[in-house]
Write a protein that binds this ligand. Structure first.
Ligand SMILES: [Zn+2]
Length: 243
């Protein structure tokens, strides 16, 4: 079927029964589904550790409630775009990409990572061609590297990236991502809570090291239990959803 025909049948106001979503409501939903952690030790990019993390992809598990409202809120922001394909990184943006593609009546396609962890290719069997209008959808943006990878995939197919849509913008690099970039929420990262393990030392890693030394030097069981409990909180959790 011709993709323009698909689009023209689907530039409908697809789900008018979906309630609109304010920023406050979205924050409440994120908190309600346990997507916000304020007190941890997260690897959010290959060399960046943070204390706080937000996992917007968790809202997408509530397929017919939260997910539907979030997808529609994003769609409303960009419904003027002519979209033939929605490209998302798998797995982080897959559910949102599918839901947004459904609203546009576009194809939902996914990119996959290579052995170096970068998004290098479309999943086998998917394709985009010269002249296609590709919208990138992901749950969040952190360093912008995933978006840049997806844009490279689109460019190599001689098609056009017409925009980027995400739930959460935590773009710490300030990189310009696309001529058209829409985020439902923007979060200012507190610089003092972002640790670059390449150029500096992570305070949380330092603290963990001190506790490990403390654990090694004490044999008092009550004390060891207390230190173990603190160490548990400082375990580095690899968060690949914000690359
Ligand atoms: Zn660290």
């Amino acid at each position: 079927m011709d993709i323009d025909a698909v689009h023209s049948t689907s530039s409908r106001n697809a789900t008018p029964f979906v309630e609109s979503l304010s920023e406050d409501e979205l924050w409440a939903i994120l908190a309600g589904v346990g997507a916000i952690s304020q007190d941890g030790h997260y690897k959010v990019a290959p060399t960046i550790h943070t204390r706080q993390v937000i996992w917007p992809h968790l809202v997408m598990q509530y397929a017919s409630t939260h997910a539907r409202r979030v997808a529609y809120a994003l769609y409303e922001r960009i419904s003027d775009l002519k979209v033939s394909h929605v490209l998302s990184p798998s797995p982080s943006g897959q559910a949102l990409g599918f839901a947004v593609a459904d609203l546009f009546g576009a194809r939902a396609i996914y990119a996959t990572t290579g052995s170096d962890g970068r998004y290098q290719m479309l999943h086998p069997g998917f394709e985009i061609r010269r002249g296609d209008h590709v919208l990138i959808v992901d749950d969040g943006v952190y360093t912008g590297s995933t978006i840049a990878d997806l844009q490279d995939i689109i460019r190599s197919s001689y098609s056009e990236c017409i925009g980027v849509g995400v739930i959460l913008d935590r773009n710490v690099t300030g990189m310009e991502l696309a001529p058209r970039f829409e985020a439902l929420l923007k979060v200012e990262i507190k610089v003092h809570e972002v640790y670059n393990t390449l150029t500096g030392t992570c305070k949380l890693c330092e603290w963990r090291k001190e506790l490990e030394d403390e654990l090694a030097s004490t044999s008092i069981e009550g004390e060891r239990e207390r230190v173990r409990s603190q160490l548990g909180k400082l375990r580095v959790i690899d968060d690949r959803t914000f690359d």
